[in-house]
Every structure is written in C-alpha cells, then in structure tokens.
Design a protein around this ligand. Structure first.
Ligand SMILES: [Zn+2]
Length: 388
C-alpha cells in the first residue's frame, strides 16, 4: 500500500510526501514514491497523515466498560476507539473489589494473548486505584479504597508483563514502598487522586513515581495548613522534569487556557492527552444515566453538554471525548500541529515503553496511521497496515 500526497505529520515538521506500508510496517517515507507493480495506491489528496493515536487511560466506549470483562465488551469499546483514530489502547480499571480487579487483569491478559479481536489494539493495562485518597477519589467508589501499608498488592506482580501503569495516591502510608516494588518490576507508578501537600509525595517520587494521572483533575492543590503554605501535587508536577502528565483535554475537565499553561510549564514532550473515556463515549444522549464500572459496584453517571458527571454529586466523572478530538482542541487552543499530535501519540507511547513500535511516522514502526481532513475528522485509519 502506498499513501500518496499526504501532509505527513512527523515529530518536528509536517511535510508533503508519500508513505509506503509493507507487511504491516512503515517501509518508506519520501517524495514522489513510485508504486510497485500491483501495489495499491491511496491518494490522500493533501489530507493530514498522522500516527494512530495512543490512549493510555480509557475505561470504554459504545456502552461497554472494560471492567465488563467479556470479549464483546472489549471489542465494542475498542471499536469506538478505532473508529476515532486511536490504534493503541491501555485498558483501564476503576476502583473495585480485589477479585474483580484480578478478574480484569486475567481477562486482559488472555485477550492480549489470544491475538485480540476487532477494534484498536490493547497494548497493556492501567489500574486506577484502589490506593487512592478519600478526598480526591473522584468517581472511584469510597468503600473500595485501600491503603498500601494495610493491604496486599502483591497480586499485581503476577501481571507485571501486562500492567503498564498503576495510579496511586503518593502521600498514602506505604506508597513509597509500593512505588519501589512496582518500579522494580517495570511497572510505571502514576500519582493521582491524591490529597498530599509538599513534601508528602516526595518519597514516592524519589522511589520511582514518574507520571501523573489526569493532572488538575482530582489532584491536590496549593494549601495553607498549620500556618504554612505549600504547593500540592498539581503545582509540583509542573516543575519536576522527571514527571510526565496526563491531560483530559476535552475543554471541560481542562479548559483551553489551562491546557496552554500546563504545556508551557511541562514542555511539549511531557504532556499526554488521555481520553479517560467512559462507556457512554460514542453513544451519549444528554440526560441519560450510564454506569462507570460493572455490576453492583458500578457508579451512575449522567451525560450533559459533552461531559459525564456523577449522577449523585454532579462532579466530573470522566470524558466522552476521544484522543483525536482532544488533540484538535489543543490545536484550536494555539498549540502547534506537530506538538499537539505528539501529545496524543509519541508522548503516551513513551510513557508505556511502546515508542519503539508505535507513536510516530518512522520507518520500521507499525503502520498505525490516520488520514484526517482539515477539520481533523477521520477519513481513514490503518491498523498494522490494514485499512479499517
Ligand atoms: Zn479514569
């Protein structure tokens, strides 16, 4: 397959050119490439050609939650993402009883092993909780929260091959030891849903915490306590170059001005757009009640005005926006095209250690490719070189 006449969005420039796909990989990038005999040609007619998007924090889509743990649910949610140009997905749990989390890990492992089905490719798992603060638990269930020092989290070690990230609240008792144990096993520890002030989260960072779960959403902030004013995790995350951060850039959780501020502070290489999509993504009808999680443990959320809120409290519960649209939001906010695309592709790929394989238009990488019109709408998506 030869994609001709695209505006190829590379890491540092967008240039007109052609791209050849061979055996599921990007085989050649150049100008005026000549089709081989019998080679299929797709004329992009000047449309944008970007890497497939990489979503490292999402709960579902098309009425399916990954915690449902069925092939049908996975395929539906993954189809929502692929329909929107996301080719790599890190499936994300919500805080739930331990057997349910283990079931989710077991199912995800089997799904990844079995060669996967339709929709985007699952590249790993993110556990969001249960070691989260009570105050900033967000849409996570209070009864299921736990503290690392009082709980056995060693089951996670058995799934180190598939777990990419674990979100914990870094000021909790035992978070330091847990961070060390997970980091030693190659699992990225991400801070979030926290209630810490400086320097309570520093031991976890010194022991390997390197990522921040949806910065500015359920993260601690500047506080006056015991006569002393100290920064929270959200301010500190902006100034520590060891930390990468997630942005729910749906213009609701993160308004455009805040996105600009965060990107200016962190630099364009350390910001990852994440959908944090709920099951209602792709089918939202204002006023309808949907669920986050599965079974009796599910939280009820209601969709209104392009965002999901907790039915009980009205707090933001998660987004219904895919990564592609979030990248478009960044572009509309004034972030340069290549930088905005990086935030939805190579930056998250680096966080989960998949950047040698996906996340940019480079020869040798998987041919996960989007063709987008000038409004950033999806015209075509290729997954492992196959047109979807
Ligand atoms: Zn989430």
């Amino acid at each position: 397959m030869l994609i001709k006449n695209g505006l190829l969005v590379k890491l540092d420039s967008a240039t007109n050119g052609d791209l050849r796909i061979l055996d599921g990989k990007i085989a050649e990038i150049g100008e005026n490439l000549i089709p081989a005999s019998g080679e299929e040609v797709f004329d992009a007619k000047g449309s944008l050609v970007t890497p497939g998007f990489v979503d490292i924090h999402t709960h579902g889509g098309y009425a399916s939650d990954f915690m449902d743990c069925t092939k049908g649910a996975f395929e539906k949610a993954l189809t929502f993402h692929l329909d929107n140009g996301t080719t790599s997905v890190v499936v994300t749990s919500c805080t739930a009883p331990k057997p349910q989390i283990i079931n989710f890990l077991e199912f995800s492992k089997e799904y990844m092993k079995s060669g996967q089905g339709v929709g985007a490719q699952v590249v790993g798992v993110h556990l969001e909780g249960p070691y989260l603060s009570v105050k900033n638990r967000g849409a996570q269930k209070l009864e299921e929260l736990a503290v690392p020092s009082c709980d056995d989290y060693s089951y996670m070690f058995d799934y180190a091959d598939i777990i990419k990230t674990v979100t914990i609240s870094p000021e909790l008792d035992g978070a330091e030891q847990m961070t060390k144990a997970l980091t030693e096993r190659g699992i990225m520890v991400s801070g979030g849903h926290d209630d810490g002030i400086y320097p309570k989260f520093m031991p976890a960072i010194e022991n390997g915490l390197r990522h921040v779960t949806h910065l500015y959403c359920a993260t601690s902030e500047l506080r006056f306590e015991d006569g002393v004013r100290n920064v929270g995790f959200r301010e500190y995350a902006l100034i520590d170059d060891r930390l990468t951060v997630e942005l729910i850039a749906d213009n609701k959780h993160i308004p455009p001005e805040l996105a600009r501020m965060i990107i200016r502070a962190k630099g364009v290489d350390k910001v990852c757009v994440v959908s944090d999509c709920l099951s209602c993504a792709g089918i939202p009808v204002d006023g309808t009640i949907y669920k986050l999680g599965t079974g009796d443990n599910a939280q009820l959320v209601v969709v209104n005005d392009g965002v999901a809120t907790l039915a009980e409290t009205g707090r933001y519960a998660g987004s219904i926006t895919c990564v592609r649209k979030m990248v478009k939001n960044l572009i509309d906010a004034g972030i340069p095209l290549c930088d905005a695309v990086k935030a939805g592709t190579i930056n998250p790929a680096k966080v989960i250690g998949e950047d040698a394989r996906v996340g940019s238009l480079e020869v040798g990488k998987d041919a996960n490719i989007c063709v987008l019109n000038a409004n950033f709408e999806l015209e075509k998506v290729f997954l492992n070189g196959l047109e979807k």
